[in-house]
Design a protein around this ligand. Sequence first.
Ligand SMILES: CC(C)(COP(=O)(O)OP(=O)(O)OC[C@H]1O[C@@H](n2cnc3c(N)ncnc32)[C@H](O)[C@@H]1OP(=O)(O)O)[C@@H](O)C(=O)NCCC(=O)NCCS
Length: 152
Amino acid sequence: MVSLKEINESNFRAIVRMRLNEEQSKYVASNVYSLAQAWLYPEEAKPYAIYNDEEIIGFIMLDWDEKEHECGIWRFMIASDQQGKGYGRKALTCALNIIKEAGKFDYVFLDYVPGNVVGKHLYESMGFIETGEIEDGEIVMKLDLHKYNSNE
Ligand SMILES: CC(C)(COP(=O)(O)OP(=O)(O)OC[C@H]1O[C@@H](n2cnc3c(N)ncnc32)[C@H](O)[C@@H]1OP(=O)(O)O)[C@@H](O)C(=O)NCCC(=O)NCCS
């Protein structure tokens, strides 16, 4: 079963070591960089290790902006050797459930690098739509949480 667990002493090394191939590493910052940001912005950043049962398979970091009633998917990756097995979709579902259950947010935002066809396909299939904005060269998408329903 796929689940999200807070970063702790037992999982941070695996998260820091996790690499993507050269092409995909253009799509997301390194996990060590993300964890440094999480230290800088402790109020907003919520980093999680993604597990399949006891195995660490990915990393996701939320941008928890309660004041604006918006939460971001700030970073998201599944380790190269674990991709294409449905884990990304399940992990994103777990993250959306955490965000929805918090009861503090209206929208979820994210952005993706143009050309990231797998990311785009996954996000669209979960109900995200493009807002028309480009931020730092990345395409912005949002999900209306009031329309999102998942029991997974
Ligand atoms: C985007 C990412 C998290 C998806 O994770 P994943 O575990 O491979 O995704 P899943 O196996 O759940 O598949 C999700 C969908 O993408 C499709 N997909 C996955 N890998 C694919 C590939 N290499 N080529 C084409 N489609 C692919 C799947 O078929 C599935 O769609 P479907 O359910 O309609 O068939 C992963 O590819 C990744 O880490 N990419 C590099 C980092 C990145 O781009 N992060 C997002 C930044 S915005």
